[in-house]
Design a binder for this molecule. Structure first.
Ligand SMILES: CC(C)(COP(=O)(O)OP(=O)(O)OC[C@H]1O[C@@H](n2cnc3c(N)ncnc32)[C@H](O)[C@@H]1OP(=O)(O)O)[C@@H](O)C(=O)NCCC(=O)NCCS
Length: 192
């Protein structure tokens, strides 16, 4: 008798050229915990000033997995590299916020963050009928700001000196993009 094949960890819901977005697998809590306790990863996230235990992370993943939050997984080898999600989806106003992180630092600077965002944004505009997506980013996170500008986000304002961290008072930068601006930027077709 043969063993039945292992259940898949991820599901190819939104597929781009090099990665796909899958529903979150709560059994990845340990991996997330490892990433988010690395201050180099979390220093640009709100989470940096929280104590993240394995139990807390499992609970957080269970809660997140019921919303529009997705694992970012490489197509080639099904490797989990991070997470992205939509926050405060408001169908009356057709707005939401977006957030993400690539937890595996060896994969920073390879364009995976923008590609994951593009997939999630295309989904938000095409299937959730969102019109405006906003994000907030700390002013010292230049890598993220560069990536967001490239996708089509523009700065709409700053909450000045609202993020005191690492001995300095940083701004919280607000950026947004409309569905038509995103479409005009000519993003490659996805969900292929
Ligand atoms: C921010 C993040 C999502 C970006 O994803 P990514 O896949 O690394 O993005 P990219 O590969 O497009 O790299 C971003 C760009 O910033 C550039 N960059 C890198 N370091 C930089 C710096 N210190 N200042 C300015 N630009 C920088 C990169 O060279 C790249 O531009 P290029 O493609 O023209 O070379 C990812 O790095 C990450 O998860 N960081 C930690 C968590 C985080 O900050 N999340 C966002 C919170 S708002």
């Amino acid at each position: 008798m043969h063993d039945s094949p292992a259940a898949p960890r991820y599901f190819r819901k939104l597929v781009g050229p090099r990665l796909y977005l899958s529903p979150i697998n709560v059994d990845d809590a340990e991996r997330y915990c490892e990433w988010l306790n690395d201050m180099e990863v979390s220093r640009t996230l709100t989470l940096a000033h929280m104590n993240l235990s394995l139990g807390a992370e499992r609970e957080a993943l269970e809660r997140l997995s019921r919303g529009h939050n997705y694992a970012i997984v490489l197509k080639d080898n099904d490797e989990l590299i991070g997470n992205c999600g939509l926050i405060d989806v408001n169908h009356l106003c057709r707005t939401c916020e977006i957030g993400l992180f690539i937890g595996n630092k060896t994969h920073w600077g390879k364009g995976y963050g923008p590609q994951a965002m593009q997939l999630l944004m295309q989904y938000a505009f095409s299937y959730l009928n969102i019109r405006n997506i906003m994000l907030r980013v700390y002013s010292y996170n230049e890598r993220a700001i560069t990536a967001y500008r490239r996708i089509g986000f523009r700065e709409i304002g700053r909450w000045r000196r609202a993020m005191p961290r690492e001995g300095k008072e940083h701004d919280i930068v607000f950026m947004d993009v409309l569905d038509e601006e995103f479409a005009a930027a000519g993003h490659p077709p996805s969900f292929a």
